[in-house]
Design a protein around this ligand. Structure first.
Ligand code: KIV
Length: 277
């Protein structure tokens, strides 16, 4: 990324890279991340100037209709990563590694991370976990692939957590999470998502690391913020966590548009002469 920030101006900008994202932290400029799963959303978010498009495995819940992210496969992810990268965004495209695509072995993790880059055209990958994924992170980074970590309320561990609950409320868990964050930084991550943790812990971890933290339900002191686009746009009808701020009500607008089309067709008010050949 070159020159001064052009966030939100719609002005042309250079490709956002992992070192450029780290440089934003050094400059004290908050990093903006949204999820994208398709070509038009990638275009709109890129035109708005966001720095990172995350093709999250939240795909499973907000687009594919699953109750969790656990059923999402590599094929599902690649299908949507390709749609996003076809938009040729200046924003960095981070592809989320789905459940069971990196847990079996380090070799499996490197191979699947490579598919996200080679087949999907992604610029980086994201995976969940701390010390237990450190070796995989090291090998993926050695292969030349930037890695974003993910700590706290990691949705792929929903069964182990017993639900989507705020994590690391107690002192021991907070120390473990901080140690995991340091381990991921040492392993070579260029940034770490912190999800569903107390704001004070988000601030502490952000202060301790040289690499940026990207918060979601982790307080305002994180180095950047991410929201799931379907939450941000009011397109998701499921549970609305406390940390979600809606910037549009596109779900209601969409239902209203369909209802008006239906009414027009039923009363033969569509198409008009001007809309006919
Ligand atoms: O899958 C996803 O969208 C994510 C974000 C919530 C960080 O992991």
């Amino acid at each position: 990324m070159s020159g001064e920030s052009r966030v939100g101006t719609g002005a042309p900008r250079g490709k956002v890279t992992a070192p450029a994202v780290v440089a934003l932290k050094r400059k004290g400029e908050p990093i903006v991340v949204v999820t994208a799963y398709d070509f038009p959303t990638a275009r709109y978010a890129d035109e708005a100037g966001v720095e990172i498009l995350l093709v999250g495995d939240s795909l499973g819940t907000v687009v594919l209709g699953y109750e969790s992210t656990l059923p999402v496969t590599m094929d599902d992810m690649l299908h949507h990563v390709k749609a996003v990268t076809r938009a040729k965004p200046a924003a960095m495209v981070v592809a989320d590694m789905p459940f069971m695509s990196y847990q079996v072995s380090t070799a499996q993790a490197v191979a699947n991370a490579g598919r996200m880059i080679q087949e999907g055209g992604a610029d980086a990958i994201k995976l969940e976990g701390g010390a237990r994924v450190a070796e995989a992170v090291e090998r993926i980074v050695e292969a030349g692939i930037p890695v974003m970590g993910h700590l706290g309320l990691t949705p792929q561990s929903v069964l182990a957590f017993g639900g989507y609950k705020v994590q690391a409320r107690g002192e021991a868990d907070q120390e473990r999470l901080t140690a995991d964050a340091r381990t991921l930084e040492r392993a070579g991550c260029f940034s770490i998502v912190l999800e569903g943790i107390p704001a004070r812990l988000g601030a502490t971890v952000s202060r301790e690391l040289q690499i940026p933290t990207i918060g979601i339900g982790a307080g305002v002191q994180c180095d950047g913020q991410v929201l799931v686009t379907h939450d941000l746009l009011g397109l998701y009808q499921g549970h609305k966590p406390k940390f979600v701020r809606r910037y549009a009500e596109l779900g209601e607008a969409t239902r209203d548009a369909f209802a008006r089309f239906l009414a027009d067709v039923k009363r033969r008010a569509f198409p008009s002469d001007a809309e006919s050949y």
